[in-house]
Design a protein around this ligand. Structure first.
Ligand SMILES: *[C@@H]1O[C@H](CO)[C@@H](O)[C@H](O)[C@H]1NC(C)=O
Length: 557
């Protein structure tokens, strides 16, 4: 075989085996799906909490109960164009795309790029007293998030009836807003509370400081995450994601603008006196230009000591027509003009040709423009600042925790990415109850999802055991990969590289892929470990593709 035809053969072999493994993966996926859901459906029960402890609890598993309790907004968003003002985004009660349990439903904001608002009255209002406020809920950004919020609002007095909820919109007064929000590279974990000014009753939003870590994964990994906010009567707060604290602080110290205004302010009536001199240095007006200061002397002069090098040819041109160039045969003097050979460097000019000029050097007698020197200003008074006066609007609220009572809970959202899923909402005054609630909901959900991924691998292993012919495909694939690997190492050839890339893009996620990766990993470390970039990027890319495929396939079951 010639080199070329052997390459062709290899490529077709590679593509064939990839096709076979793709078919395998699909078959196998279907098998696993039926096994999985039947088994797990038995183990799920909707969570329960002590009625005395919960002001609100919603697991969304009961569609009928949901429809009784929750109210879709019929309002219009204020201050935007009529056609986009309506809250017409779609809310659905449905199973998650990546489901852990058949009977576990969630609330899904199905539509993208539409305003959507839905809310429910609490079982009883939460009044800020001597117990903490604990708010907890789960969000799964099932399609990731490009731009949009997944926060909730705890609505204040004035939302005490279902009629109030029907007109729920962006200006509806809330006491607390809490949860994730992202647009582009900017992401936030909101904790905003609306503080009532004790002097005149006006309301101002207070925004918590940023979490200590950058929270980017939650917008990408399409996995369930648990958000918990605890605000305590001692004015401290703590925010947790997946039971891990990501932010904490004090209502009195860690919010912008601060709850309490400064006790002194600049006197707005104090003005800077006209003769107040803020110049630290001034020009010395008594200085005069020295007699010998020549402002016209140039910065550079020709080097007077330079001499023309030996062998410099004054009359030789720097470039000459290339004596080797030939007029092209199809040159048409009428069309193309008179033919001229292209210019090349004159080989005679090894030292230099043409008129010789001495190089320029800095002028030792260069002075530049004369400027009078600066001296310390004898009238300097320092920087002026207005005097301080007592702040007429001063107050000190030492209990910002005592916020407006909460009557309802709502989502008022807009999202670029569809299928935001909410689940297992709880409002309580007891952190232990929230922990128990998570232990009944979030924790088993996560472990079921993990088990699910593991069982996917198990099923793969079983499938191979039951279908030994798979090994033939695996062996062929490994062989092909090794041979191509050798080719690429021997000298990259565009055909092979191109084809490798194409093949890589269509590699499915399945056991063959893993075997192959192992084989490749082994191969690479046997020879030269790290320096073969082509191979390692290929492997990496494949891994990425693979995991992406895996979740997608599972989603589609
Ligand atoms: C209340 O006082 C604050 C200053 O502390 C001021 O900014 C606000 O405009 C006042 N509101 C009303 C309604 O007077």
């Amino acid at each position: 075989m010639t080199l070329l035809s052997s390459k062709r053969f290899l490529l077709s072999a590679l593509l064939l085996s990839l096709g076979a493994s793709l078919a395998l993966a699909e078959e196998q996926d279907a098998d696993k799906a039926t096994v999985e859901t039947v088994e797990e459906a038995e183990t799920y029960h909707s969570p329960q909490v002590d009625k005395d402890k919960a002001f609100f609890m919603e697991h969304f598993d009961d569609q009928e109960a949901f429809e009784k309790k929750w109210v879709k907004s019929e309002a219009k968003k204020k201050g935007v164009a009529e056609e986009i003002a309506k809250y017409d985004g779609q809310w659905q009660i449905t199973t998650p795309i990546k489901k852990a349990f058949n009977a576990d439903l969630g609330l899904v904001l199905a539509t993208e790029a539409k305003h959507a608002a839905v809310s429910a009255l609490l079982d009883r209002p939460f009044v800020f007293g001597d117990k903490p406020l604990v708010v907890q809920y789960e969000v799964t950004m099932q399609a990731g998030q490009i731009c949009g919020g997944a926060y909730l609002k705890l609505l204040s007095k004035g939302t005490d009836t279902k009629a109030d909820l029907r007109s729920f919109h962006d200006q509806t007064p809330y006491t607390i807003m809490f949860g994730p929000d992202k647009c582009g590279s900017d992401n936030k974990l909101h904790f905003i509370f609306r503080h009532r000014n004790p002097v005149n009753g006006s309301i101002e939003e207070k925004h918590s400081k940023k979490p200590t870590e950058r929270l980017e994964e939650i917008y990408k990994d399409k996995a369930p995450h648990l958000y918990t906010l605890i605000v305590s009567p001692d004015n401290t707060y703590s925010i947790m994601i997946d039971n891990k604290e990501v932010s904490s602080g004090s209502l009195l110290e860690d919010f912008t603008p601060p709850v309490n205004p400064p006790d002194e302010i600049d006197d707005p009536n104090d003005v800077k006196p006209v003769d107040w001199d803020e110049r630290e240095k001034i020009v010395d007006s008594s200085a005069v230009k020295p007699e010998d200061w020549d402002e016209s002397a140039p910065a550079q002069i020709p080097d007077p000591d330079a001499v023309k090098p030996d062998g410099w040819l004054d009359h030789e041109p720097v470039n000459i027509p290339d004596p080797e160039a030939k007029k092209p045969e199809d040159w048409d003097a009428d069309m193309d003009g008179e033919w001229e050979a292209p210019l090349i460097d004159n080989p005679a000019c090894s030292v230099g040709c043409g008129e010789w000029k001495p190089p320029l050097i800095p002028n030792p007698s260069f002075k530049g423009k004369w400027r009078p020197p600066l001296i310390t200003n004898p009238n300097y008074k320092g920087r002026w600042a207005p005097r301080k006066i007592p702040n007429p609007d001063y107050f000190y609220d030492d209990q910002p925790f005592k916020m407006t009572p909460i009557h309802a809970i709502g989502f008022e959202l807009w999202s670029m990415s569809p299928n935001l899923l909410f689940d297992n909402l709880l409002i309580t005054d007891d952190p232990a109850t929230a922990e128990q609630f998570a232990a009944q909901t979030f924790t088993p959900k996560l472990s079921a999802l993990t088990k699910y991924e593991e069982s996917f691998l198990d099923a793969a292993v079983q499938f191979v055991a039951a279908n030994p012919w798979v090994w033939a495909v695996v062996v062929l694939l490994i062989l092909v990969v090794i041979v191509i690997y050798i080719y690429v190492r021997a000298g990259p050839d565009e055909d092979v590289e191109e084809a490798l890339k194409k093949a890589d893009a269509m590699t499915p996620d399945d056991l063959l892929d893993e075997e192959e990766q192992e084989a490749r990993g082994g191969k690479a470390s046997l020879e030269e470990p790290a320096d073969d970039e082509e191979q390692s990027t290929l492997r990496k890319r494949k891994k990425d593709d693979g995991s992406g495929d895996a979740s997608k396939k599972k989603d589609e079951e």
